[in-house]
Design a protein around this ligand. Structure first.
Ligand SMILES: [Zn+2]
Length: 380
């Protein structure tokens, strides 16, 4: 039979509105209402509690002798089409700490899926995290809670008093210590399942990253100094290593997330080409910005930063597990901290013939790349 032990997802309530209508779910956007004047569907739904489907058929036919097996199965189909059913699976984990995550994933998994599978994929993943600043340190905290197999961290800074308002991995007593060392200890105490490998290093070339990419499944880029230039360096490395990378950057009161999957989506250099082709002021803006050597004070309001950080980590989990569709593949997902709104920029394509990094193009053909030269950064 098509179903084994179907049940209403335990994350949803099943309740009657009156004699003819009932609902499954209570949250706006995922509540389904069914008209059911004879009470058959409600009766069926209330039996979907993990018992065997053959037993459900027997019980239903006892109560409603006119129903055929096909009628009952099509009732289950109807509920399944509304994504409120799941197969009852033996608890594949005794790791209580992950069960709330698994319940969340059940929202996105239907009868043919396995919510434990999403968590299992996370458990098997190795993530390379670049940077432990306002973004990276909080990304690390969220990642540790999700329980990947291993996190490799690269950062070169020490904890400063000015970090403590938003980098909650660090304590007052940590001021002056290397962030990597403090982070390793903190995460070991938070989730001892996660293996932590740290490297004290300032990233200044793609090679600095490529030495750590063996066995890595996904990279998170939480460094943005020098602006733009460092993303180009990271992009070159992740394309060379053929690894997906979620990039995050915070501005004054907005943050952006974008994801590059090498040879599938456009890469960061493809984005440069896209702007060069379509935005007549791009080069002037880029050069003008560069010329002033803009060096703003650290801008990071914790509540705003957390909106960005949450999106980065969720996107990383989407890319790794595909529990839901990633939102920033070849596009920039932008979050406005001022009102919590978000939108997606136009996607940019992969320029296979023209991109110097993920395609067959040459950087010399594009004026923009000459402005990426920067003291101390080795690109080619
Ligand atoms: Zn490219």
């Amino acid at each position: 039979m098509k179903y084994n032990r179907p049940r209403i997802k335990p994350i949803y309530p099943l309740y009657r509105l009156d004699k003819t209508y009932f609902r499954i779910g209570a949250q706006l956007g995922i509540t389904v209402e069914f008209g059911d004047p004879e009470g058959q569907l409600y009766s069926l739904a209330s039996k979907l509690n993990g018992q065997k489907v053959s037993d459900i058929v027997v019980e239903m036919q006892k109560k409603f002798p006119e129903l055929t097996v096909d009628d009952i199965i099509s009732g289950i189909d109807l509920l399944d089409e509304n994504n409120v059913l799941e197969e009852t699976l033996p608890d594949e984990t005794d790791e209580e700490r992950y069960l709330p995550n698994i319940s969340y994933f059940s929202r996105f998994v239907g009868m043919n899926g396995n919510r434990f599978e999403v968590q299992r994929k996370i458990h098997e993943s190795t993530i390379l995290l670049l940077g432990l600043g306002g973004g990276g340190s909080n990304i690390l905290t969220l990642l540790a809670g999700l329980g990947p197999k291993k996190i490799i961290i690269v950062d070169y800074d020490r904890v400063e008093m000015g970090n403590l308002g938003r980098q909650f991995l660090f304590r007052e007593a940590d001021v002056g210590k290397l962030k990597t060392e403090v982070a390793k200890k903190a995460i070991n105490e938070m989730n001892s399942d996660v293996e932590i490998e740290v490297h004290n290093q300032k990233i200044q070339s793609p090679e600095d990253i490529l030495q750590y990419t063996d066995g890595v499944d996904l990279v998170i880029c939480a460094i943005d100094e020098p602006p733009f230039i460092i993303h180009r360096v990271v992009n070159k490395a992740i394309v060379a290593a053929d690894l997906p990378c979620v990039f995050g950057a915070s501005q004054v009161s907005r943050g952006r997330v974008y994801t590059v999957i090498p040879y599938v989506t456009g890469c960061f250099d493809c984005l440069n080409l896209n702007f060069s082709k379509h935005d007549p002021k791009f080069l002037d803006q880029f050069v003008g910005f560069r010329e002033v050597n803009f060096n703003p004070p650290s801008i990071a309001y914790g509540p705003g930063m957390f909106q960005l950080v949450s999106s980065i980590v969720d996107e990383a989990i989407r890319v790794l597990t595909r529990y839901a569709k990633p939102q920033s593949l070849g596009t920039q997902f932008e979050i406005n901290y001022e009102d919590g709104s978000s939108f997606t920029h136009h996607t940019w394509p992969r320029f296979e013939d023209e991109c110097p990094t993920c395609g067959n193009g040459s950087a010399e053909d594009w004026q923009i790349f000459q402005y990426y030269q920067n003291k101390g950064i080795k690109y080619d």
